[in-house]
Design a protein around this ligand. Sequence first.
Ligand SMILES: [Cu+2]
Length: 234
Amino acid sequence: MKRYSMVALGASAVALIAAGTLGAAPVLAQGQKTADKSVTLRATLSQLNGSGASGTATAIVKNQKIEHIEVHAHGLTPNAPHAQHIHYGEQALNECPTLALDSNMDGRLSTVEGIPAYGPVVVSLNTTGDTTPASFLDVARFPVSSAGSYDYSRNNIEFTDVAGTGYPGNGGTGTAKQIADAIRDGEGVVVIHGLDYDGNGTYNFSDPEGASELTPNLPAEATDPAACGVLELH
Ligand SMILES: [Cu+2]
């Protein structure tokens, strides 16, 4: 929505009310959203793929920026990196997946299999540098669990336009504003990746899961989803 000065908005709203048109109510509602686009969102993270992980996430989102976000997770594979993202898709269910989405029925839910539920990556919740989806598997910049836990926080993450978010027109690209609006409405999903299925202490290519479906450079154990929660309004 365009930014209107309060004076101009007030004048147009008065004009619409005076005219008795049906347009008056939506104009007023939009004016209220303009005045306050800061929300606090919270997620309870629950395990996926039997990881045993859980945790919480809290985000303060104002307009098109995450002013502050923190993730507290435990029960994760110890001393291993954990990619974590906010996922969102305009066509997605915007919820955490279940094994019903295990389309190849191998008994585990891959990151791709979960996309109908949580959508693609829109923000990389990493520790330094670029936070766009381009960084989604740069595991060197994601938190490493100490004894299976970490406390992550970061400030001032800007939403960006993201291709493949399922918006009609514009080749499926969602604008930063469209995506931020949806996240503020409680449609974002925090996903933590990485679990050591066989408990041998590391993510291995030689384990039965093999390489990730996302990249041949990482084992599936490094990218499969381990915990998930919807960022809801509170
Ligand atoms: Cu993710």
